[in-house]
Design a protein around this ligand. Structure first.
Ligand SMILES: *[C@@H]1O[C@H](CO)[C@@H](O)[C@H](O)[C@H]1NC(C)=O
Ligand SMILES: *[C@@H]1O[C@H](CO)[C@@H](O)[C@H](O)[C@H]1NC(C)=O
Ligand SMILES: *[C@@H]1O[C@H](CO)[C@@H](O)[C@H](O)[C@H]1NC(C)=O
Ligand SMILES: *[C@@H]1O[C@H](CO)[C@@H](O)[C@H](O)[C@H]1NC(C)=O
Ligand SMILES: *[C@@H]1O[C@H](CO)[C@@H](O)[C@H](O)[C@H]1NC(C)=O
Length: 294
């Protein structure tokens, strides 16, 4: 965590426009072919859990409560990598499907000209077409290795259950403005949930939020961007880089935890320390007095 403190210092010195930092994204992509749909659904995720929507899409709230679709190849690839699928496929500009090795079984042949829908979240990419899937390998995601020590069932269990009483839920992060804006993003290559909570505790914030597997944010309010209603669980599905048995948010999504009160734990420790210290000093004084007399 030393690295985090140094980062924090550097960031605090620079201007406080940090709350609108761009989200960190994966490196550029390796695009695969465009496949035609022959009727079957591709979403392997749907067969694992009825609570996960089919297909996956991602939205954010607009200024007037409107819903703005967010989808681009990276979001879809990250999402499918989080759920340990080998392929990610985009359709219709904003729908994301995940698939296993058998993807090509469901599709007749690559077709050349039908993946022509602009991505809802980034018009410089195409996200499939009306009846066609643009397919990517999830190995291009930086998250691909995070969860490889657990299987898909364990992962789904982790995503749907969080027994930690500190857990507040999964909340969207703004693509331009942060939901937890007390600190700039802290990026750690070995972060766990407790690392982030401890960091926010040391900096006297009420909430800690983990995003994208490796980012930690602190703040005193997570309702500032109008995201109070939270995001579906499936959006917080990225394993923590420091412990693949934990979930650290997802792309554009924060796993938010309440930070224990710093003052209460510290003051208890101080009182105990004070009493014990005082007692020892007294004993020492008595011993010295005895020695002097003797
Ligand atoms: C929000 O509402 C105002 C007033 O009704 C309107 O002028 C504006 O264009 C709307 N903005 C969006 C993003 O819809
Ligand atoms: C599609 O592209 C491949 C190679 O990129 C080419 O060999 C094939 O003839 C094309 N098919 C059509 C129908 O244009
Ligand atoms: C996309 O491709 C389909 C099939 O080739 C075609 O019907 C449709 O008009 C195209 N749409 C655009 C926006 O080019
Ligand atoms: C990883 O996280 C799990 C679940 O919170 C926990 O039981 C385990 O002790 C953690 N492992 C390490 C090495 O911290
Ligand atoms: C921390 O203390 C405040 C004020 O005393 C209280 O409102 C809040 O519920 C406490 N939070 C926790 C996690 O104990």
């Amino acid at each position: 965590m030393k690295k985090i403190f140094i980062l924090l210092l550097i960031n605090l010195i620079s201007v406080s426009s940090q709350q609108c930092d761009p989200i960190l994204r994966d490196p550029p992509l390796d695009s695969r072919k465009c496949f035609e749909n022959i009727g079957q659904t591709l979403n392997g995720l749907a067969s694992f859990s009825p609570t996960l929507s089919n297909p996956f899409s991602m939205n954010r709230k607009g200024e007037n409560g409107t819903t703005i679709a967010l989808m681009d190849p990276e979001l879809c690839i990250d999402h499918c990598a989080d759920y340990l699928f080998k392929y990610a496929a985009l359709k219709n500009g904003e729908e994301c499907y995940c698939a296993t090795d058998s993807i090509t079984e469901y599709y007749n042949h690559p077709s050349n000209g039908t993946c022509n829908s602009t991505c809802a979240g980034n018009p410089t990419f195409t996200c499939g077409g009306e009846n066609a899937f643009k397919v990517y390998s999830t190995t291009t995601s930086t998250h691909y290795s995070y969860g490889k020590n657990i299987n898909i069932y364990k992962k789904l269990e982790l995503v749907s259950k969080n027994s930690d009483p500190r857990y507040q839920g999964c909340f969207q992060d703004g693509p331009s403005c942060r939901t937890l804006n007390g600190t700039p993003p802290q990026v750690e290559n070995s972060i766990t949930i407790d690392d982030c909570i401890n960091f926010c505790n040391q900096n006297s914030f009420k909430y800690a939020g983990l995003e994208n597997g490796h980012q930690c944010f602190c703040g005193n309010d997570y309702t500032v961007n109008g995201q109070a209603s939270g995001a579906p669980n499936e959006q917080c599905s990225t394993s923590c880089v420091g412990n693949s048995s934990q979930i650290c948010g997802g792309p554009f999504a924060l796993s938010i935890y309440e930070v224990p009160n710093k003052s209460s734990t510290n003051s208890t420790l101080k009182i105990v320390g004070g009493v014990v210290g005082g007692f020892l000093a007294l004993v020492l004084l008595l011993i010295i007095l005895r020695l002097c007399r003797g």
